[in-house]
Each structure stands twice: as structure tokens, then as C-alpha cells.
Design a protein around this ligand. Structure first.
Ligand code: ASP
Length: 302
């Protein structure tokens, strides 16, 4: 599970269906006998906690490594770390790493299933899957996503979430537009063939039913260069506020939120915000991903 760029609609539906089965509690011990290694070499709250809960509740043995408490801090390479986890019998390695391409590199050095839990500005496939699941839950199911309009708003340039969620939304049949200043758009976005709009207001005029806000990723802005004239000006065009939700749009955000920047603080937990539902969806969806990636789902079926 390295990227969602080539994933089919049927594959997305398979994950959604299995996640629903996991959530309804019919698949206890789905990961019994499996060893899941969580290797998080960059900060995480939601992703690491929900992968750990997903693996433990489904009966897996779980090993957690961080950068500071592993031999990475002694200079061991990523490849040697992956080979070590492989030798210890890992069935799945869930990897978060600051370098784009790290998960693909890791997958070349292990027979364990490698699940990309975020690689630099690369991909974050399980985030996009849980977003589809949460949005489907709000709209009446996965099939209900087709034909809906979603605006992905903010720091697309530095966002691995954008690079996963845009293909995922499109494969689910949604129409996608971007809202961002030109300085926060990647060069490759021309090839995505999506409208680029200047403000959240324009996105609503375009017909957006869902506003998917991205975090302004200051830690990825090289040399501390902000790429925007000021946070206040950025928020005026790309910030989601109450008046936008009053139009009926739903709010999504992968977290963590810069309150008052990409989303005004008073709407983070509004009734039209799916942010808590996105987090909650992470456990069922990540259980499903672990079961599919390790083959556990087929072993249970047999
Ligand atoms: N939590 C997400 C990620 O790890 C989004 C973010 O950090 O802004 O990519």
C-alpha cells in the first residue's frame, strides 16, 4: 500500500466494505498470528495511534519504533532497519518517513507488506481511504460520492494528503477543484486537469459540497520561506469559516489543524465538520488495510 494513484474503483470499494465489516465487529482476531511493525520516523498523533489500535484490537503482535528510540539515531540506515524487521518476522511494516519515496524503497527490501503511513511530500494513502469512508458515512455510502464536488483547499504543494486524496476522490467519481495561491501549487498539478480557484468563496460558487482543508505545512517550507505574504491574507482567501459552512458545505481536514489559519477555530468541531469522523474512521479502515495487505482477510475467508 504505497500510493493510491493507480487504485481502481473496485479496490476502493473492497477496502470500504471490509472496513464496514470490521467496524460492525464481525471480524474479531482478523490479524491473529500476524506481526505488525510500526516504524514512525516523523511525528504523528492520529496515524500512529489508530494503526496501533487497529492492529492490537484485531489480535496482531505489535512492535513500535520511533526515530529517537531505534538504532536510526545511531546512524543505522532505513534499509538496514527494514531488513532487521523483516528478519524478525514482520508481516506488515507501517512506515512514516520524512523522505518521499521511502516506503517504495523499503518495499524493495522486505517480503512484508509495506504500508505507507506518509512519506515526505509523497503519498498518504490510508488517510485518503479513511476520508472516503468518513465522507461516504456522511453522505449515505461510497456510491453516493459519485458526481459530488469537492474543493481541496490550501497548501497542496507540500501535502502528501493532497497527492493521495485527489486521485482517491476522482476514482470514487467526484469532481475536484483546487483552491490555493500559485506559490502553494506543485508544478505537476497542471497534469491533474482540475480547476484552480482563488478562494473558498469561488469554490462555493463552483458548487463545492465538500471543503477539504489542508494544513499550512510550515515545517516543509525550505529555509523558513513562508510562500505567502501573511497568514492573515492567506486565511482571508483560503481559510474556511462559519459563513462557508452556513451554505451547507461539509468540512474535512486531515489534522492537525492550525486553528484560525486554514479553518477558523469556531467551526473545527461544528456539526458540519467531519474532522472527528475522519479520525474515528481510521481504526476500521486501517484494520481493513492491514488485513488486505497481509493476506489475513483471505486466510479468514478460507
Ligand atoms: N497528518 C497529515 C500528514 O501527516 C496532514 C498534515 O500533517 O498536515 O500528512
Amino acid at each position: 500500500m504505497l500510493t493510491l494513484e493507480d487504485t481502481s474503483r473496485e479496490e476502493l470499494r473492497e477496502v470500504m466494505d471490509l472496513a464496514a465489516a470490521c467496524q460492525s465487529g464481525g471480524l474479531d482476531q482478523l490479524l491473529g498470528g500476524k506481526t505488525v511493525c510500526l516504524a514512525f520516523f516523523e511525528s504523528s498523533t492520529r496515524t500512529s495511534a489508530s494503526f496501533e489500535l487497529a492492529a492490537r484490537r484485531a489480535g496482531a503482535d505489535v512492535v513500535s519504533l520511533g526515530e529517537k528510540d531505534s538504532s536510526i539515531s545511531k546512524g543505522e540506515s532505513l534499509v538496514d532497519t527494514i531488513v532487521t524487521l523483516d528478519s524478525l518476522g514482520a508481516d506488515a511494516i507501517v512506515l512514516r518517513h520524512p523522505a518521499a519515496g521511502a516506503a517504495r524503497l523499503a518495499a524493495r527490501h522486505t517480503s512484508a507488506a509495506v504500508i505507507n503511513a506518509g512519506d515526505g511530500c509523497g503519498q498518504h494513502p490510508t488517510q485518503a481511504l479513511l476520508d472516503l469512508y468518513a465522507l461516504g458515512g456522511a453522505l449515505g455510502g461510497f456510491e453516493e460520492l459519485a458526481g459530488r464536488r469537492v474543493a481541496v483547499v490550501g497548501d497542496v504543494l507540500h501535502s502528501r494528503v493532497a497527492r493521495s486524496v485527489i486521485p482517491a476522490f476522482r476514482t470514487a467519481g467526484m469532481e475536484v477543484a483546487l483552491v490555493a495561491p500559485a506559490t502553494l501549487l506543485p508544478l505537476e498539478c497542471g497534469a491533474w486537469r482540475v480547476p484552480v480557484l482563488a478562494s473558498v468563496d469561488e469554490a462555493l460558487d463552483w458548487g463545492a459540497e465538500v471543503l477539504y482543508a489542508l494544513r499550512l505545512q510550515k515545517e516543509r517550507m525550505a529555509g523558513g520561506s513562508p510562500r505567502i505574504p501573511s497568514v492573515a491574507e492567506y486565511a482571508a482567501y483560503c481559510g474556511v469559516s462559519r459563513r462557508h459552512l452556513d451554505s451547507g458545505a461539509l468540512l474535512m481536514h486531515p489534522g492537525p489543524v492550525n486553528r484560525g489559519v486554514e479553518v477558523s477555530g469556531d467551526v473545527v468541531l461544528d456539526g458540519r465538520s467531519l474532522i472527528p469522523a475522519q479520525v474515528a474512521a481510521g481504526i476500521a479502515v486501517r484494520t481493513a488495510v492491514l488485513a488486505l495487505a497481509t493476506g489475513a482477510v483471505h486466510e479468514v475467508a478460507a
